[in-house]
Design a protein around this ligand. Sequence first.
Ligand SMILES: [Cu+2]
Length: 465
Amino acid sequence: MTPCLGWAANSPAAEKADYTLRIATGLVELAPGHVVSTTLYNDQFPGPLLRFSEGKRVVVDVYNDTYTPELVHWHGQMIPSDVDGAAEEGSPYVPPHAMRRIAFTPKPSGFRFYHTHVVAGGDLNRGIYTGQVGPVYIEPKDNPGAYDREVFLVMKEFEPSFSRGGDMAMDFLAGEPIQELKHIGKAVDDEAKDKTKGFEVGYRLFSINGKMLGHGDPIRVRQGERVLFHVLNGSAGEIRSLALPGHHFRIVALDGNPVPNPTDVPFLWLGTAERLSAIVEMNHPGVWVMGDLADDDRQNGMGIVVEYAGQKGKPRWVKPKPYRWDYSLFGETNSAPAAPDATIEMTIVKHNSALKGFNQWTLNGEAFSMETMKPAFTVHEGRRYRLKFRNASDDIHPLHLHRHSFELTRIGGKPTAGVIKDVVMLGGFQELEFDFVADNPGPTLFHCHQQLHMDFGFMAIFHYA
Ligand SMILES: [Cu+2]
């Protein structure tokens, strides 16, 4: 018999909760002239940093003080479906003005996070458009600790609105577009009745740890210090970059999982919901803007000041030279991944403006239906599956698999091994392959983490036979 690790109840049991999360509307003072009203965890943004210990069971009471049902998803953890926090997997909602107690055994160790998992659709006051995002750190059983201290950074936009067309960076991923995928995309565009592009979401205000650039405390460092940054892209749909002029980032973990080949990069790229852990050796004294490469976004708040001890003056920004973000850099150089037992192919297609001005997304010709929640794929426990994604759209998709980690096996046209993640960016008109082992029975959601994509078709359920 499988031990039951997760359980849920509507009334508090005799046991005391280890953590309490309270979902309610509140204010975030991003800067003195910019106080936003949104839904928060424990009246703060980001939500409190929850430090769990790997393998030590936790009890969390989730209070919902709003008027709508909510869900807290434990992103990147291998826990049962009923506590994972996705309605599509059968997790119960936390009803309005009610409490739900959940318990689970956190794993694996590393940098994870929690966030709401409700459908926002066209409502920009729902889902991850709100402030319902918080970091989780699961302490490993043993910690190598080759750094002096840790700093957690949550990158997040506020004040969303719809527009036609976006301005997101699209050409920074390694690999080239595939002609056949371009042809599929073009054929779909040509057949569409509506030729206009669907809505995209833009933002007015940007922040790191809930403060616009220049308005929070600077990160104060000393020369020679090694700082381990844990960076989370807590956006509902934006891709973020982060540079610290004159410094390199040594990538040590992706989505909380140590990489086989820690490598220096000039700056970071993070798709929606991705996490990066990187060590920066503070060897270039000054007062610096650590910020996003997108000038508008940085000027509207997406940055934080790094100040060396004894240094004064206006924070300086220097735009770094562009380079291609290549996940395979961090992978094994001399070994191949294990062979899969089966391969599942998914072709991703965008139907411009097909749903009242919103783009509709299909996987192998089918848009996910919230009404039927029909599982799309069946897996057998213990088997290894290779998922092959073919993106017939020009958008970058941060692909996310719940309750399992996956190993990248091919990306940007290159084979790789050993990079373990739970979100990965798939480039426009590109292909990508990852493997996962079906080792956590229960309904398992797969979706694009771009809220606008997942809400309009880009989801599927894996069901264990
Ligand atoms: Cu997407």
